[in-house]
Design a protein around this ligand. Structure first.
Ligand code: LLP
Length: 472
């Protein structure tokens, strides 16, 4: 598999009719690891990170990788090494980001229902859930690691909780208020977050009063504003409208004597699921930079939280056909990947291009589309092993003739693929492989059944105080 590094194609694509990741055969990987397996291209991750960074360089924007999109430790580590901070939404993601090497001050902590335990761990490493496992994951110093760089605050109640805990611990917290701008991101109803009917953020009119109330607060410093209107945001106008809402809010805050210094614009930058579907990062930047550059010159720090735009097309899911069933109405291609591996098609009716990893030469796809203009395709439902009718990867999709044991590639699966995988029907989570140069490395083993069963292996009777027993 070794070859001249310079001659390797970067990313995931067909080379001489066979699917490759950075020049390494996807079939060869899947034969070794078994399926389903997610394969990531380090070159594609680097390229997409760099493209976004360069597009927003005129704003000197800081990129905080949305860990939720693909939380694998080794993916996070690679992005951290590229200079990315991390955007986390739970105590678990916080520990993951830190283990991956992110400095605490480069972590922003969002999420609507932060618990006391999560806030404590985010402020003071002695409360980390990893304390008893220190060193096992190759990172020392959890006790003294300091607070996260930024909390993104979703409600007044949360701000009160953080203020109280930071006062108790004597650790000051920096925070942005997440604003709900009431802008329609024109995305799926489940992934729109910037409308007032959504649970996220605080309406703009309320924010000045919060800055007022916390002005000079001994433990919490409000440094700016966070906003995230949805994911993906397939058009540019909603971002422009959002930035206008925020700039108007900044004017009001400044008129009242406050000095917002951080604008975290969130994520949502789209990628192509169909070829040619989405505007490029440069097109978003071209509209947004002029709105913000003067403020940046005045000292405003712009933060972005990209996930999908770095990972979606840096990863591919490989599944193996187990059975073909020709029904009277439909042809079913039964695969070992289903909603337990990739839930996006079922959950959002999302489109992922699916194609054999080794198609016949006359059936090489030129572009990702629902109905490629190629000969000898057969319409099928590509379905998984789960006992639900909603378990499908694609419906009514023309595909080349495939046979039992063939590998199929599900494209654009690097974001919100493995992170939304589940153990439903007692399937272990899939394996993950990272290709970097000509080296393919298993960066997550397929979850063994013993690991699934571990929390049920022993039982433990609950002890109740007498009062609780009487109440019963
Ligand atoms: N920042 C915040 C506060 C977020 O809630 C999200 C995504 C991001 C950043 C990253 O957005 P991205 O750049 O990846 O678009 N499961 C859905 C997507 C849900 C996104 C949730 N939040 C899907 O599979 O499409």
């Amino acid at each position: 598999m070794s070859k001249d590094k310079d001659s390797q194609p970067a990313g995931i694509g067909y080379v001489d009719g066979r699917l490759q990741a950075d020049g390494v055969s996807v079939e060869a990987i899947a034969e070794q690891t078994g399926t389903p397996v997610y394969i990531y291209s380090a070159a594609a991750i680097r390229a997409s990170y760099e493209r976004l960074r360069r597009a927003f360089a005129p704003l000197d924007a800081k990129l905080h990788y949305a860990v939720k999109s693909c939380p694998n430790l080794h993916v996070c580590r690679l992005i951290s090494e590229l200079g990315g901070g991390m955007d986390v939404v739970s105590g678990g993601e916080l520990e993951r980001a830190w283990l991956a090497g992110a400095p605490m001050e480069e972590i922003v902590f969002a999420g609507v229902a932060k618990t006391e335990a999560e806030v404590r761990a985010a402020l003071d490493g002695r409360f980390s859930s990893l304390v008893r496992h220190a060193g096992r994951f190759g990172r020392e110093g959890v006790h003294g690691r300091g607070p996260v760089g930024l909390f993104n605050i979703e409600s007044e109640s949360e701000l009160e909780r953080i203020a109280a805990i930071s006062e108790q611990l004597g650790v000051p917290a920096r925070a942005c208020i997440r604003v709900n701008p009431d802008v329609d991101a024109k995305t799926h109803e489940y992934t729109t977050t910037g409308l007032e009917e959504n649970k996220f953020g605080i309406y703009a009119e309320r924010v000045p009063a919060m800055f007022e109330a916390y002005d000079g607060h001994p433990s919490v410093e409000l440094v700016g504003v966070h906003v995230h209107i949805g994911s993906p945001v397939p058009q540019i106008d909603p971002y422009v409208d959002t930035v206008r809402v925020i700039l108007a809010l900044f004017d009001r805050l400044e008129a009242a004597g406050h000095r917002p210094r951080v604008l975290d614009l969130g994520g949502g930058w789209p990628v192509d699921y169909y070829h040619g579907e989405s505007p490029a990062p440069e097109e978003y930047a071209a509209r947004l930079v002029p709105l913000l550059e003067e403020r940046v010159r005045g000292g405003l720090q712009v933060v972005l939280e990209p996930g999908r735009s770095i990972m979606a097309n840096s990863g591919v899911l490989i599944t193996r056909v187990q059975h073909i069933k020709q029904g009277r109405q439909k042809r079913f291609v039964m695969c070992d990947a289903g909603i337990q591996t990739l839930i996006r098609p079922a959950f959002y009716r999302a489109f992922h291009f699916i194609w054999p990893v080794a198609p016949e030469p006359h059936q090489l796809p030129e572009a990702w589309m629902e109905r490629p203009d190629l000969p000898d395709l057969v319409e099928c439902d590509v379905v998984g092993p789960i006992c639900e009718t909603g378990d499908f990867l694609a419906r009514g999709r023309p595909l080349p003739e495939v046979a039992q044991n063939d590998f199929l590639a599900v494209f654009s699966a690097g974001a919100y693929g493995v992170s939304m995988a589940s153990n439903y029907n007692d399937h272990g989570r899939p394996a993950e492989v990272m290709v970097d140069g000509d080296v393919a490395t298993v960066v997550a083993e397929r979850q063994p059944l013993a690991s699934l069963l571990e929390t049920e292996r022993t039982t433990r009777k609950l002890e109740f105080s007498q009062a609780a027993s009487v109440a019963r």
